[in-house]
Design a protein around this ligand. Structure first.
Ligand code: EPS
Length: 391
């Protein structure tokens, strides 16, 4: 990111998670209800393991906010891991007796997880040292930070939603949804599916996978609505907004592919079926009857909704295990099971929304500049007026 900086820290079963978000302007009112709502949304979803019954992801604000307004200083957030008390002394930073620390040593790497490459990279012989940080628990810190980005965006009327486009094979041929489709998603439904008719079958598939010791992935689509034209840039590879969005969404755990708009189907047909024709309305604004480009052309927002789909592989922790090698004996052995989820796809949508919010807030701040909300508000007004007057 160019204007914002986000760093998170903390292990899955350590004392807790920290997020430090730097670069937010001063004077933004903080809506604590948004923060709480987003944290609760991330915990939800059919197919999750028991961890979410232990946690209550509330956020402590430890810096950057005073009197319910941002100060322009780093926003420091803390999410306690309630489960930490069950991981004593293994996760205690001050415990020095090796056999106490290694009581739950991991030595059978899971294919698809960070266990093996992380162990090789950091030369750790207890793979717990890797998986504790590779765990998707870290995303609680991202969602906490992302909710501040959402607050900034919502001041300018920008809203972000997501829904499960397909789950495993169910609905896999569904095209990218539009904003009106996401308005149908019921956040309290088991899978947060866009096609609600598929939901009962999805629930049955989770149950079946659970029984078989399996896991499942799928696709979630995030849409950002009411986006002003002109965010991002065509001039340099790392300024292109589509690339920035793709990186942010690809960083969500287990995401292996990202599609913007109808990028996949567009690549398989003729140009005349791939692009969105340009029209001018009677009221003097630009109109695109379709949105195959997913809201970006040349790495710049064109004013249409930003549509981005994350394709998430099945979680790599399978109860039935997969063929692997024991680090101690170097012999073939089944990978280790560690409590996990059958699927975390509904949560991945909320996490991807947070990543999209951070990238869009960053691009908005880049476009508008300023250290305070007063300056940003003024720049917003003049930028919108000049765009209306153009050409
Ligand atoms: C998660 C916490 C984790 C997992 C899940 C996401 O808790 P635990 O490891 O104690 O069960 O439930 O993480 C994974 C599935 C993964 O592969 O990392 C959370 O807070 O979202």
């Amino acid at each position: 990111m160019r204007r914002l900086r986000l760093t998170t820290g903390g292990e899955s079963h350590g004392p807790g998670l920290t997020a430090i978000l730097q670069g937010m302007p001063a004077g933004m009112p903080v809506d604590f209800a948004v923060l709480e709502r987003e944290m609760a949304r991330r915990m939800h979803g059919y197919g999750r393991g028991n961890r979410m019954k232990i946690e209550n992801d509330s956020v402590d604000i430890r810096g950057g906010v005073r009197g319910a307004e941002t100060l322009g200083s780093p926003i420091v957030l803390w999410v306690e891991n309630r489960d930490y008390k069950n991981w004593q002394p293994m996760m205690d930073p001050r415990e020095t007796v090796p056999h106490r620390v290694e009581q739950r040593r991991v030595h059978l790497p899971r294919p698809g997880h960070a266990d093996l490459p992380g162990g090789l990279k950091y030369l750790r012989k207890d793979l717990r040292d890797i998986l504790e940080r590779a765990s998707a628990r870290e995303t609680a810190a991202r969602v906490a930070a992302g909710s501040f980005a959402r607050m900034l965006l919502s001041r300018f009327g920008i809203d972000i939603k997501s829904g499960v486009r397909f789950f495993g094979p169910l609905g896999a041929e569904a095209p990218p949804p539009a904003w009106k489709d996401l308005l149908q998603v019921d956040d309290s439904s088991p899978l947060r599916a866009i096609d609600r008719a598929l939901e009962p079958e999805m629930v049955r598939l989770v149950d079946q996978a659970k029984q078989d010791g399996e896991t499942l992935g799928g696709g979630v689509t995030v849409i950002a609505h009411n986006i002003p034209p002109g965010l991002g840039s065509h001039v340099q590879w790392d300024e292109k907004l589509d690339g920035r969005l793709a990186q942010a969404v690809m960083s969500v755990p287990a995401v292996k592919a990202v599609e913007i708009g109808a990028g996949i189907s567009a690549s398989q047909g003729f140009g005349s079926a791939a692009h969105d024709i340009i029209e001018r309305t009677d009221k003097g604004s630009w109109r695109r009857p379709t949105n195959r480009a997913g809201g970006t052309e040349g790495g710049i927002t064109n004013g249409e909704d930003v549509v981005i789909t994350a394709f998430k592989k099945p979680i790599s922790t399978l109860r039935k295990g997969l063929p692997s090698v024991d680090l101690d004996t170097l012999e073939a052995q089944t990978s280790q099971y560690e409590r996990s989820d059958v699927t975390a796809l509904p949560a991945a949508g909320v996490i991807a929304e947070s990543m999209v919010a951070l990238v869009l807030a960053d691009a908005l701040l880049e476009k508008l500049g300023g250290d305070s909300m007063a300056e940003i508000d003024a720049h917003w007004e003049s930028s919108r007026r000049l765009q209306k007057e153009w050409p």
